[in-house]
Design a protein around this ligand. Structure first.
Ligand code: NAG
Ligand code: NAG
Ligand code: NAG
Ligand code: NAG
Ligand code: NAG
Ligand code: NAG
Ligand code: NAG
Ligand code: NAG
Ligand code: NAG
Ligand code: NAG
Ligand code: NAG
Ligand code: NAG
Length: 785
């Protein structure tokens, strides 16, 4: 078989028909046995890889052109375009472990499709404590992040935004080794002491989709659609006063969590050719692998990744998991979004235990845009759509009653889909459109097409109280399911139903907040049921931050000609950089803390109550479980002084991987010891037990980072039907840095429960260590055998 291909190829090579031969070429990953890259420069490594390719390629030129990427840290090998025969030939060579076709794994950015825009207020600030003194303290102690470099793996940056000004910033940290790569509309003049580096990765994209169409995206680190600009400014944007725009909804100072931190931009995600922009971007595995590889080589301290795979994926199939482990090995903190596939279970991205996995929740701010009914009732709504048209009372009509003849439930009647509304029945009216099928913004376009004045987006039962505050093209507001029923009833029972859309206003201090976003991905973790994920939640709903001056704020390029400098986005893409910023400040304050220590500090100090003092709720209004919020809502100020930490080293992760028999698959040469610790013994600041058979004993170690002489007592709020105890139940410390071991025993409290078993039903509780100054909190999730 291989020979046939080879012959065909050779034959074709003699003819001017190279293309047919190139067709047989695919992207392969070639891995070597021993990683001797340690001290080598990238150039030396490339030369070595090239020399291998030279052995299988006809010409020097061909060998050079076929090498897509040489990797140093994340993977011991290279990516190249090879024919099956060349691959086969390479795989026989000494030192080569394997040659595999690179799977077409396509990752995507973790935003919802609700692109929004409005002003900003303080709830954007990650330091939510009301006392400015303590906030100043954390920021000041962390020097606003000025010595810390954050690597953004995303789709680029809009460097001209005021948020990336370097005014008054000190020199670039000396350890920085990165570059400012030239490209379309981007050169070294676009880097400064804020954006200290910028690179882009296109080989994987082009090997799948062909040459980048430059009308879709810039062939450079410049961000076209806004996502990377938004996430970067959430982490490290400078203070920009009066950052409101369009409609002047709210105004305030836009500022990132670590305003003096340095940004290193790695663009690995690109627009998909031929698809509407709001379908998102794509990030291929070999591009991501190289982006993270370079970030490690360049000397970043924290890596922020608001990207994931659409379904849960095993560590050894996941470039984010694999390359993050190599980053953590170099003491780099890796923060990732949990995904927007909620609220269903098993929907998590990025669950590896060496990553900080972040869910998304609301802030205490709403954009209230009510509907006034002619019978005197006001219906609450949400919108960030500015409109200046005369907002008088207008006829209100159900979409179902305003459609062309022949539109039935088979055509999704009631949803205001394209070409369903009859202009005769809609002209000048307000239309009630159902949410659930079709894009929310596109419904407005359909109402506009049919000559309607505005519309009301009615939630269906599943969305319930989850209100999307959108930036529509026509006057519009969104209402809950309950209010949708009221409106339907009003229309049915009124002879001439009329309504008035009242303009939106920003309301602060709304309660309860935070509460989990409907879209935030949920546990249980099915990649490894011994690890509870996500780790934490942070603001990810209606977050204002910088934008490109290129694409419209809703990313519907064809329709949206509006240009904005600041925009509102929702998604775990937005919550992830909040936690990245907190990690920057913690790293600055505690330079010796490991990535695990930083995660532990954030998790054990997280808040579990909202601004009403009650447990944080989810979209149903019930208390959120750790499968939605992890340890709770991040609380950076408290995290700076956690008292105790649950530390873990690179070696601990190797032992953990030995247990899963994955060291080899994850390309790590390591001799697993015997006997091995249990996978649930990884020193993690939370516990998940899948299918507990009566009782389980779990080992943990805490390190004192608080007062030298301190005594911590054990407390537990066990899951229903279980008991939790710790041995010992008092931990005494005499100095900082001292470690104490203990075991947690989780036991079923009634034996007969086994018969009621449902291994998918989890029960939740907490345990904590407390001294006079700290509460070191850990969630526990248990299911029966
Ligand atoms: C690879 O190809 C070269 C030349 O085409 C040949 O000399 C060599 O033996 C081949 N190696 C393997 C392992 O097949
Ligand atoms: C904020 O800081 C100022 C000046 O340091 C101080 O006077 C004021 O009391 C602080 N406000 C709060 C709420 O702590
Ligand atoms: C990048 O572009 C600038 C001019 O825009 C040029 O001076 C510089 O040499 C270029 N750098 C590289 C590495 O090509
Ligand atoms: C690039 O995209 C634009 C807009 O979609 C299209 O008009 C153009 O033909 C494309 N160019 C190429 C070379 O495919
Ligand atoms: C911000 O806007 C307000 C009102 O539009 C104005 O009074 C104020 O001077 C502006 N502040 C800055 C710093 O531009
Ligand atoms: C609602 O409409 C009534 C008239 O039906 C009017 O008196 C009232 O002011 C309106 N409410 C608001 C908040 O505009
Ligand atoms: C609506 O659905 C019916 C039945 O599937 C189909 O015959 C009709 O063409 C559809 N109409 C439109 C406008 O899509
Ligand atoms: C609401 O819409 C969503 C999205 O289409 C759908 O998954 C869900 O089943 C709908 N709920 C109801 C009760 O119709
Ligand atoms: C309203 O009227 C429609 C028919 O126009 C009917 O299908 C629906 O059940 C009615 N809803 C209520 C809540 O009365
Ligand atoms: C107006 O109509 C709504 C919906 O039918 C109803 O809930 C409300 O009670 C009515 N208000 C008055 C004052 O009749
Ligand atoms: C390791 O990878 C091989 C090949 O892909 C696969 O067959 C095996 O199941 C993997 N091992 C584990 C423990 O997942
Ligand atoms: C559960 O534990 C008991 C003893 O503790 C043992 O006899 C039994 O086989 C275990 N069940 C399973 C399914 O492992």
């Amino acid at each position: 078989m291989n020979n046939i291909i080879s012959t065909t190829c050779l034959f074709l090579l003699l003819l001017p028909l190279l293309a047919s031969c190139t067709k047989n070429k695919q992207v392969y990953l070639v891995e070597f046995e021993e990683n001797t890259n340690g001290e080598k420069t990238m150039h030396e490594i490339e030369n070595t890889h090239h020399s291998y390719l030279r052995l299988v390629k006809e010409t020097e030129e061909d060998a050079r052109a076929s090498l897509l990427y040489s990797y140093k840290h994340t993977f011991n090998g290279f990516a190249a375009l090879l024919t099956p025969n060349e691959a086969n030939n390479l795989s026989g060579m000494e030192g080569v472990v394997y040659v595999r076709k690179s799977e077409r794994k396509i990752y995507s950015l973790h935003t919802t499709r609700s692109w929004k825009f409005v002003g900003l207020d303080r709830s954007f600030d990650p330091y939510e404590e009301k006392s400015n003194e303590t906030n100043g303290d954390l920021l000041a102690k962390g020097k606003y992040g000025q010595d810390i470099i954050i690597g953004m793996i995303d789709n680029g940056v809009w460097p001209d935004s005021k948020s990336f000004s370097d005014e008054g910033m000190g020199p670039v940290p000396q350890k920085w080794k990165g570059v400012c790569q030239n490209g379309t509309d981007f050169d070294s003049s676009n880097c400064n002491r804020k954006i200290i580096g910028a690179r882009y990765y296109l080989q994987g994209y082009e090997s799948i989709y062909g040459p980048l169409n430059e009308t879709d995206d810039y062939k450079s680190a410049r961000d076209k659609d806004g996502h990377g600009t938004h996430t970067s400014s959430i982490v490290a944007g400078r203070a920009v006063p009066n950052a409101s725009a369009l409609g002047g909804f709210a105004s305030g100072t836009a500022i990132g969590g670590a305003p003096l931190a340095r940004l290193a931009i790695y663009k690995a995600c690109w627009a998909i050719k031929g698809k509407p922009k709001n379908e998102g971007n794509v990030c291929t595995n070999i591009d991501m692998l190289k982006a993270i590889d370079d970030a490690i080589e360049d000397g970043v301290d924290v890596i922020s990744i608001s990207i994931g795979f659409p379904q849960p994926v095993k560590y050894d199939d996941d470039v984010i998991a694999k390359s993050s482990l190599q980053a953590v090995r170099k003491n780099i903190v890796v923060v990732c979004s949990a995904g927007n596939a909620g609220p269903g279970p098993h929907s998590l991205s990025n669950p590896a235990p060496w990553i900080i996995t972040v869910g998304a929740s609301t802030v205490d701010r709403s954009f209230v845009a009510p509907v006034n009914l002619s019978n005197g009732t006001i219906i609450e709504g949400r919108s960030i759509t500015p409109f200046h048209k005369e907002n008088i009372f207008r006829p209100l009509v159900l979409a179902n009653d305003a459609e062309y003849a022949g539109i039935t439930s088979a055509n999704s009647s009631g949803y205001c889909l394209d070409n369903t509304l009859d202009p005769i029945k809609v002209k000048g009216k307000i239309v009630l459109c159902m949410r659930g099928i079709g894009g929310r913004l596109k419904k407005g376009l359909e109402v506009e097409r049919a000559g309607g004045f505005g519309f009301i987006l009615g939630n269906n039962k599943t969305y319930a109280n989850d209100l999307a505050s959108d930036l529509h093209f026509i006057p519009a507001t969104a209402v809950t399911y309950e209010n949708t029923l009221k409106l339907v009833q009003y229309i049915n029972s009124t002879l001439n139903p009329m309504a008035q859309l009242l303009p939106g206003t920003t309301v602060l201090d709304t309660k309860p907040a935070p509460s989990m976003a409907l879209f935030s991905s949920r546990g249980p973790n099915i990649i490894d049921p011994n690890i509870l994920k996500p780790d934490i939640t942070a603001p990810g709903v209606d977050i204002l931050a910088a934008w490109t001056a290129e694409d419209g704020p809703t990313r519907m390029t064809d329709n949206d000609k509006r240009v904005v400098k600041y925009n509102i986005f929702s998604g775990t893409s937005m919550s992830c950089p909040h936690v990245s910023a907190a990690s920057v400040l913690l790293k600055a304050m505690h330079p010796t803390w490991s990535p695990a220590a930083i995660r532990s500090a954030l998790m054990t100090s997280a808040r579990t109550t909202d601004n009403t003092g009650n447990p944080i709720t989810d979209e149903t209004g019930n208390p959120a479980t750790p499968f939605a919020m992890g340890s709770g809502h991040f609380n950076p100020k408290k995290a700076s002084n956690p008292g105790l930490i649950y530390d873990a080293s690179f070696n601990d992760y190797l032992l953990y991987l030995c247990n899963l028999k994955l060291t080899q698959n994850i390309s790590i040469t390591y001799t697993c010891p015997s006997p091995l610790p249990q996978p649930f013994d990884l020193n993690y600041p939370s516990i998940q037990i899948h299918k507990l058979n009566y009782t389980k004993t779990i080992k943990r170690t805490v390190t004192n980072v608080g007062r030298s002489i301190s005594v911590y007592k054990f407390n537990a709020k066990p899951p229903k039907e279980f008991t939790i105890k710790a041995t010992p139940s008092v931990l005494k410390f005499t100095h900082v840095g001292q470690k104490r071991n203990f075991v947690i025993t989780v036991t079923k409290s009634r034996d007969e429960l086994a018969s009621e078993s449902d291994s998918e039903k989890y029960f939740f509780g907490w345990y904590s260590w407390t001294d006079k100054y700290h509460v070191v909190n850990c969630p526990v999730a248990v299911s029966f055998q």
